[in-house]
Design a protein. Structure first.
Length: 367
């Protein structure tokens, strides 16, 4: 982790003031309202959107807790600094690397640069980076590390002092900041629909229990089930296969469901599935098709070549930059969510079990 250089004594004093304050999240919890509502009432904005009783409840909660608007943090975050802070987890999808590259290119073209923090599923490291960004007078942040089941709900509140934050994927709790997210509903609908069209009727989507509170989890499940309903194919609850990691331990249970296709989270799980299927004397794609929710440039090198979702890194970076210049004062009551659809790549691992496998072709198209 890089060291923080305190620019002057005033910044250091403001930083110490920030650390001692009652947070807006605590006020919202005390009043029984959302953080967005509490923020609007305390700042005197959009008062007509809240009833007099709600306004009184929030104001009383702020008074009881001794809350005062965090002017010190706002002063730090509003200073002009052409740096964008970026938080990313060490276990983030591999295509985030390409998003980072495109984001840096777009930022540099506008005279900005990136300052990147890599965290490791640890709340304290996230908090340290947030403090470092404030100390370095960074007002804009891209957060791609916030959906941890144990403490993910705490993270959006940590970014309140910043001028603006863009979340990559939807947080576990509401935020006033914009979000750029994968369209999981549409993506999983079209993946299942495509597999059904290729003769697969017992498709199992392997989800992780770590995702249970993640909004994307429920959207993916909804889209997956809708494809079955639309095709008139019977759906069994076991097809949405939710188990804790590691994936390998549950493979025998999964095979007991007699699947003819698997959707897994990433290429790492694809390779694990290939190994397990080989041990079970099952062939891909002849006996079981494999589909990955995350593809990289290495997908074509696998044998068989992997099918799955491919994301346009430039498109994601453009959407992130589009939302960054917004001032937090101008944000709407609800955070705008920009949904990005994946490219659906059909390759060897999902070939129809009804075609001649000597004629292997790859198919790709925008869903």
């Amino acid at each position: 982790m890089y060291s923080v250089k305190q620019t002057d004594k005033k910044t250091d004093r403001l930083y110490r003031m920030i650390a001692k304050r009652v947070t807006l999240k605590e006020v919202a919890q005390e009043a029984g309202v959302s953080m967005i509502t509490a923020s609007n009432i305390i700042s005197g904005k959009r008062l007509d959107h809240a009833s007099p009783a709600t306004r009184h409840r929030v104001q009383e909660a702020a008074r009881r807790l001794g809350y005062h608007p965090n002017l010190a943090a706002r002063q730090l975050a509003s200073r002009k600094n052409n740096v964008i802070g970026m938080l990313i987890d060490s276990e983030s999808p591999i295509f985030y690397r390409d998003v980072l590259r495109e984001l840096e290119r777009l930022a540099n073209a506008k005279g900005w640069r990136l300052q990147i923090g890599i965290v490791h599923n640890d709340l304290n490291s996230i908090r340290q980076y947030v403090n470092d960004f404030l100390g370095n007078q960074i007002g804009y942040v891209v957060c791609a590390t916030h959906n941890y089941p144990d403490f993910g709900a705490e993270i959006p509140a940590m970014f309140e002092p910043f001028r603006n934050v863009v979340f990559l994927e939807e947080p576990l709790c509401p935020t006033r900041f914009p979000v750029v997210a994968s369209d999981h509903n549409a993506n999983y609908f079209h993946a299942a629909k495509g597999l059904i069209a290729r003769g697969r009727k017992r498709i199992i989507c392997c989800a992780r229990t770590i995702s249970y509170r993640d909004p994307s989890f429920f959207k993916a499940e909804k889209g997956f089930k809708a494809a079955y309903a639309g095709a008139g194919v019977p759906f069994e609850e076991g097809f949405w296969f939710v188990k804790p990691e590691p994936f390998d331990k549950h493979f025998a249970e999964l095979l007991d469901l007699k699947p003819d296709a698997l959707i897994v989270a990433n290429e790492k799980m694809m390779f694990k599935a290939l190994k397990q299927l080989k041990n079970a004397h099952l062939r891909v794609p002849h006996d079981i098709a494999l589909f990955s929710a995350e593809l990289s440039v290495f997908a074509e090198l696998a044998d068989p070549a992997f099918s799955g979702f491919s994301y346009n890194a430039e498109e994601l970076a453009v959407q992130i930059m589009k939302h960054l210049p917004l001032s937090s004062d101008d944000l709407p009551d609800r955070s705008p969510v920009e949904y990005i659809r994946a490219n659906l790549v059909w390759s060897e691992s999902t070939e129809s079990n009804r075609i001649n496998h000597t004629e292997r072709k790859k198919h790709a198209g925008k869903i």
